[in-house]
Design a binder for this molecule. Structure first.
Ligand code: KG4
Ligand code: ZN
Length: 333
């Protein structure tokens, strides 16, 4: 079964053709990062307009890259939430149009399920049940993936998402957007133990996250130094912040896996591209005799191949949408 998948929830216009859930025949990503850089973050209205300009070419390229036309695909899949509503609407409208014209079923996909399913693409033997940390610009969840279509959220953030904290700290340090890769690069020459930023456990279980505290602690640290005329060591600040976030994300993931008695853990979402986080989770998995997987860098950040993979399992479970499909900015998991 071949699915043409479309993703436009944030600042990447993406389309892919995926066969039987895990064979990626094409994967086209048009990123708007350069456009949003000058604003220090994604400007929703600008993102929507750029998606409109890009989407037809991106879809055409996804089909032509694997020498296909619409006739060769069996279904059209699209991310319908969560995300920026104007951005989502562009993908949803395009998918509805294609589904109507080509008379192919329309499969609605949850963006976070897509991120989680990215793990199946390169690890064909990796199967549910497992526990997955999803950390992106908009979400920080620990999810119990019970089977291909059953997800239970075990923990989430009570304020900022992890990626959001990376982006804000990066802006304050003058490292630019997106913050994750910039902080990771700057931190390479820093000491992760130079400054002890707070690690916060929230909620009844203690597994929920809060990243606004660590973000504010970094901002206060920088402002205090500025007021005293002390020059900060940016690599030390970046490395210490990254260390605090890595400690919390990896620690909660491993503790959750132990509590729920699962021997398989995974990462997903843009922050999963973070090298120290990947290495720490790998080490924790080894210590606890667990299997660990994470997508390659390209499949961690937003892409449509992951949407095509998730759509395959949704389709098998009977998920179909009609022309009333709408974008839902805060779609729950
Ligand atoms: O999944 P994603 O592409 O979009 C959303 O669904 O939000 O995630 C984007 C987020 C941004 O906040 C970005 O700073 C972060 O992922 N990110 C990283 C890294 N690469 C991207 N965070 C930490 N380390 C990285 N290497
Ligand atoms: Zn995402």
């Amino acid at each position: 079964m071949r699915i043409l998948a479309i993703e436009s929830s944030c600042d990447e216009t993406a389309a892919a053709v995926v066969e039987n859930g895990t064979t990626v025949l094409s994967n086209v990503i048009n990123t708007q990062i350069e456009l949003h850089k000058e604003f220090g973050g994604v400007v929703p209205e600008v993102a929507s307009r750029k998606h409109i300009e890009n989407i037809s070419d991106v879809i055409d390229k996804a089909l032509s890259d694997c020498n296909m036309t619409l006739d060769d695909v069996d279904a059209i899949a699209v991310t319908y939430g969560p995300g920026l509503v104007g951005a989502l609407l562009v993908g949803v409208s395009a998918a509805k149009g294609l589904s109507f014209v080509a008379k192919k079923p329309l499969v609605p996909v949850h963006h976070i399920k897509g991120h989680i399913c990215a793990n199946y693409i390169e690890n064909p033997d990796f199967k549910p049940p497992f526990i997955c940390l999803v950390a992106s610009g908009g979400h920080s969840h620990i999810v119990h993936v019970k089977d291909y279509n059953t997800y239970e959220v075990l923990a989430k953030t009570s304020d900022d998402a992890a990626g959001e904290a990376f982006d804000k700290v990066s802006r304050v340090l003058g490292l630019g957007y997106p913050g994750g890769p910039a902080i990771q690069e700057c931190a390479k020459s820093g000491n992760p133990h130079a400054i002890r930023f707070p690690r916060v456990n929230m909620g009844e279980s203690g597994f929920d996250f809060s990243f606004s505290g660590v973000k504010t602690a970094v901002i206060n640290y920088i402002h205090n130094a500025e007021q005293k005329g002390i020059e900060i060591n940016k690599p030390d600040v970046a490395a210490s912040f990254q260390e605090a976030v890595t400690d919390v994300l990896s620690g909660h993931l491993a503790e959750c896996a132990i509590k729920y008695g699962t021997k398989k853990i995974a990462l997903a979402g843009g922050v999963a591209a973070n090298k120290p986080l990947r290495e720490r989770c790998q080490a924790l998995a080894a210590e606890n005799d667990m299997e660990f997987v994470c997508p390659s860098m390209l499949l961690c950040t937003d892409n449509a191949a992951m949407i095509g993979c998730a759509a395959y399992f949704e389709y098998q479970a009977g998920a179909r949408a009609d022309m009333s499909l709408n974008a839902i900015a805060n779609l729950p998991l």
